[in-house]
Design a binder for this molecule. Structure first.
Ligand code: NDP
Length: 268
């Protein structure tokens, strides 16, 4: 077991990537402190972990609210006495023309994706300093390398997460607290369901994304979870301040297919 006895807080575990990280961390021996703003789905995920022999508790918490985060940290300390790992996974996004982005749209994304990451990180670090060790994994996105039209608040928040992570990594490197960003490409969570629902057909959606993702498919939440295990564990002991991609090659692709491909070889 790669995370045996480690106490891990994971945010946004009600579904998607966070749910998978909680499940895989518990399988790897971690004592999981799961949180989500939705009590129903969050508790159900923890119940499933416990039913499978894992160790997990659920704390209802909106990461953008300081009092909620204080309670989350307090519950982790009350139950386990320390925090070894923090995964800032809770995130929201939407696509809207920039001219139509109202301040409340901006705040909604920034408050969860960036402020929530700051709040959880600061309070977890105060505990990590007491034990003299910690690993923080901030779930970023490929949007932290390049941007998409219509996603300004999300892009800004996630670029901010990268800056925050690097700053924390530098400031706490000499105190044995590491911080890294894990940036997924398109992963088959709710967003993938929404993409398929909005497309003229599932086949059309698959055709488009096959052409744009070199590996030809969206990633699975477990493929993010196992990378998070690596970053949480001592296997990654020399890695801090990094932004590590798991994107099936998406950001390595220049353009999906040259439409006017020349048959000639240059110079001949
Ligand atoms: P989902 O929307 O499927 O799940 C996110 C979970 O976080 C939901 O349970 C959600 O609850 C919860 N949540 C949202 N806001 C808060 C909050 N303020 N406090 C506590 N919990 C909250 O997202 P994904 O699993 O797809 O994404 C997880 C992370 O991965 C996000 O940070 C996202 O930006 C990132 N990511 C995802 C990619 C993808 O393709 N799926 C690609 C790149 C990055 P509720 O149901 O109430 O909203």
């Amino acid at each position: 077991m790669r995370l045996k006895e480690k106490v891990a807080i994971i945010t946004g575990t009600g579904r998607g990537i966070g749910k998978s990280i909680a499940k895989v961390f518990a399988k790897e021996g971690a004592k999981v402190v799961a949180c989500d703003r939705d009590l129903g789905t969050g508790q159900a995920g923890v119940d499933a972990i416990v039913a499978n022999g894992g160790e997990a508790i659920f704390v209802k918490c909106d990461v953008s609210i300081e009092e909620n985060v204080k309670n989350l940290i307090a519950k982790a300390i009350e139950t386990h006495g320390r925090i070894d790992i923090l995964v800032n996974n809770a995130g929201v996004n939407f696509v809207k023309k920039f001219e139509e982005v109202e301040p409340e749209d901006w705040d909604r994304v920034i408050n969860t994706d960036l402020r929530g990451t700051y709040l959880c990180t600061r309070l977890a670090i105060l505990e990590m300093l007491k034990t003299g060790a910690g690993s923080i994994i901030n779930i970023g996105t490929i949007h932290s390398l390049a941007c998409m039209a219509g996603a300004a608040p999300y892009d800004a928040a996630k670029w901010g997460v990268v800056g925050l992570t690097k700053s924390v990594a530098v400031e706490f490197a000499d105190r044995n607290i590491r911080a890294n960003v894990l940036s997924p490409g398109l992963i088959a969570t709710q967003i993938w369901e929404d993409i398929k629902a909005a497309a003229p057909s599932i086949e059309e959606a698959m055709k488009y994304w096959k052409a744009n993702i070199p590996m030809g498919r969206p990633g699975k939440p477990e493929e993010i979870a196992y990378l998070a295990v690596f970053l949480a564990s001592d296997e990654s002991s020399y890695i801090t301040g990094s932004n590590i991609l798991a994107d099936g090659g998406l950001t390595s692709l220049l353009i999906s297919k040259e439409p006017f491909e020349s048959k000639s070889i240059e110079g001949q």
